[in-house]
Design a protein around this ligand. Sequence first.
Ligand SMILES: *Cc1c(COP(=O)(O)O)cnc(C)c1O
Ligand SMILES: [Zn+2]
Length: 415
Amino acid sequence: MSITKTKSYTLGLRCRECLKEYPIQPHHVCEDCFGPLEAVYDYAAIKKVLTREKILSRKHTMWRYQELLPLDQDPTVGLEVGYTPFYRSRRLAQTLGLKELYIKNDAVNFPTLSFKDRVVAVALSKAKEFGMNIVACASTGNLANSLAANAAQAGLESYIFIPADLEQGKVLGTLVFGSHVIGIRGNYDEVNRLCSEIADKYGWAFVNINIRPFYGEGSKTYTYEILEQLGWRAPQHVVVPMAGGSLITKVKKAIKEFYDLGLTEDASTKMHGAQAEGCGPIVHAVIAGNDLFKPEKPNTIAKSLAIGNPADGYYAIKAIKESGGWAATATDEEIVEAMKLLATTEGIFTETAGGVTLAALKKLIQSGHIPPDESVVLSITGNGLKTQEALVGKVGVPELIDAKLSEFDRIYKKP
Ligand SMILES: *Cc1c(COP(=O)(O)O)cnc(C)c1O
Ligand SMILES: [Zn+2]
């Protein structure tokens, strides 16, 4: 059941810095000032069609907000993505001393168990509109999984570039889909630099490079869902993991769009950013009171967030500051502790990025940036089955016995 649109609501692309306008094309930087390009919508027209009732009448996927995504036709890739669980936490909230804590769980997003399925669905649908048949990305892991899976389903050839030292689960979970996977001896920032050169030379649809203005918009659906699932309400706080810093800037954009369209009555959410201590350029800038970040050389188990030179870092810092939010980092040890805490209190096995986010939430409560009686959303964006290395030797081993009742009796300690 697709949603048939009568027209596109995307007017074009515009430079975030000098506001120069561009037609809709696979292009991501301004020719005049090198600022990033962004999709521009006809909000007046969207306001007339996109009501709460209209959204509620549609299928439970990310496409229920289709008018706010930069496609000219109905989507053709990732039709089942999104509308992941959102619920009020009891046990974790109690442990943290929070009155009103919610969890948005993209660890079970379809098809590849991370929020990256949202950005890929838009990017590949757009690449097909452009008639581009070879798709590619530079990835810290989850984007690789998602691009590979969605490209396979769409019948598109894919080239995926990753740092060679990624987790097994992320590497196998890319290779299985039949993609061309290229491991680079180097970190993500080096992979990304190479990919920019390849994009220029070969003209492929690099979802997070030349298709980036469209790709990033897919992230907004994570927040639209939070707002809808909270009963058309904006939370007072949201804690968001940051890699390139795109997701957190789109949290801000989504909250503002829903408010401007009259779908919610409040837009004063404080946005808090989370990164690993071993790769936290955005957080370190926020804490130091700087508008610009200093690139870092990543050294953390949170590989999915290990971007030392974040493409949207400047805008992420700005979004955090303007919202009145704050930021915190997590050490490798704190990441593992938080992964275990989420698992043992909520039954959610998140990846290292989720550990970073929960560890940051704990610190933000301790530092008073998140008061215990205010509403908070914890963003869980990836699945723990993909980063099992992080927990090996940290959660014990099964007790080993022969298949005999007497053996079980021997080890069973009555409570
Ligand atoms: C990519 C990713 C993020 C954040 O990505 P941005 O580049 O900041 O948009 C967060 N969590 C997980 C699990 C990711 O894979
Ligand atoms: Zn410009």
